[in-house]
Design a protein around this ligand. Structure first.
Ligand SMILES: NC(=O)c1ccc[n+]([C@@H]2O[C@H](COP(=O)([O-])OP(=O)(O)OC[C@H]3O[C@@H](n4cnc5c(N)ncnc54)[C@H](OP(=O)(O)O)[C@@H]3O)[C@@H](O)[C@H]2O)c1
Length: 293
């Protein structure tokens, strides 16, 4: 397999390094700054050390490659695909790995229709930390073909569906939880610090999370909230009064209280006869059924 890397920054360089170490010998890369540099410049040296050869144009990148990994900033994804499109061949796989909006991935997919096979891919963890071992979610009709080509070199590709945009959507939806969790932890621990119980609170939180596998925790949080939301509204009111007295931030806790009020109004407690449902899906199906898209 001949690989092209379009956009050769932190991620492109590390992927080239890992893939060439895994035995992929035919790697070319393009970036605008690389194209401007003399052949004895530092970017060329970096590329060579990573097992890749810098080329001067998107055309040269497309010419002799089977798979192209686009690793530009998300806001450059459309421009990068536009620059490459007229040089692509229908059998080539163009994998857009940039972190961008779902809409952008849909637009890139549309732009490349008939010109190349398109895969939307989302890098789920920091590249300097995990390199190609980190999960790459992939979606689109050719996601499976991409996985089959890259997996032998150690890339950890997980196919998440047929829709272009699906992998990027999953990453953003996941961020709702991961970023929200970080924000809510910050808020809780700020109050703990102000009250002088930071160590004890952090240890208690850690013990609660560690008590069981996260899938079980998630079921508890989701299914428990479905039927006990109203009770928890009152507890959050007390928590907010405490944050107020401490002069501590309360934006996330206000949102939590609001969310619990919304859930209490959904009537899920009645629907499930006051008993926690057996599956997370049962709760989410009930919520979505109340307000179809
Ligand atoms: N690094 C990570 O840990 C990580 C993790 C998850 C997701 N990602 C995503 O992966 C993508 C790449 O990340 P990165 O960290 O490698 O970014 P980066 O270090 O900023 O590198 C981006 C590269 O794209 C090139 N570029 C920009 N516009 C271009 C264009 N129109 N055509 C061709 N090349 C272009 C840049 O060079 P020139 O400006 O010289 O062209 C540079 O080589 C981003 O979308 C990022 O969000 C990265």
């Amino acid at each position: 397999m001949r690989l092209g890397i379009l956009g050769f920054g932190e991620a492109g360089l590390r992927f080239a390094q890992d893939l060439s170490q895994a035995g992929l010998t035919d790697i070319v890369a393009y970036s605008r700054s690389g194209a401007k540099e003399a052949p004895d410049g530092p970017l060329h040296a970096q590329a060579a050390a990573a097992g890749a050869k810098l080329v001067k144009t998107p055309r040269a990148l497309c010419k002799n490659t089977d798979v192209i990994l686009a690793l530009t900033p998300g806001k450059a994804a459309l421009a990068a695909a536009r620059g490459a499109q007229k040089h692509l061949r229908p059998e080539q796989i163009y994998v857009d790995m940039s972190s961008g909006a779902v809409k952008t991935m849909e637009q890139v997919a549309q732009m490349l229709e008939g010109k190349a096979r398109f895969v939307d891919a989302a890098i789920m963890s920091p590249v300097p930390l995990n390199g190609i071992k980190g999960v790459v979610a992939a979606s689109g009709a050719d996601a499976e073909a991409f996985r089959a080509l890259l997996e032998p070199y150690g890339m950890n590709v997980k196919v998440v569906g047929n829709r272009p945009g699906g992998a990027s959507a999953m990453k953003l939806i996941r961020s709702v939880c991961m970023k929200g969790l970080s924000a809510v932890l910050l808020e809780s621990l700020e109050a703990a610090e102000r009250y002088g119980v930071l160590e004890a609170t952090a240890a208690d939180l850690a013990a609660s999370f560690d008590e069981r596998p996260f899938m079980q925790n998630m079921k508890r949080y989701v299914c428990g909230t479905a039927v006990h939301a109203e009770r928890r509204v009152h507890e959050m009111a007390d928590a907010l009064a405490l944050l107020d007295a401490l002069g501590s931030s309360n934006r996330m806790s206000k949102a939590t209280r609001g969310k619990l009020v919304d859930v209490a109004k959904m009537g899920l407690r009645e629907k499930f006869n006051g008993r926690e449902p057996d599956t997370i899906a049962a709760v989410l199906e009930a919520i979505v059924a109340l307000k179809p898209a």
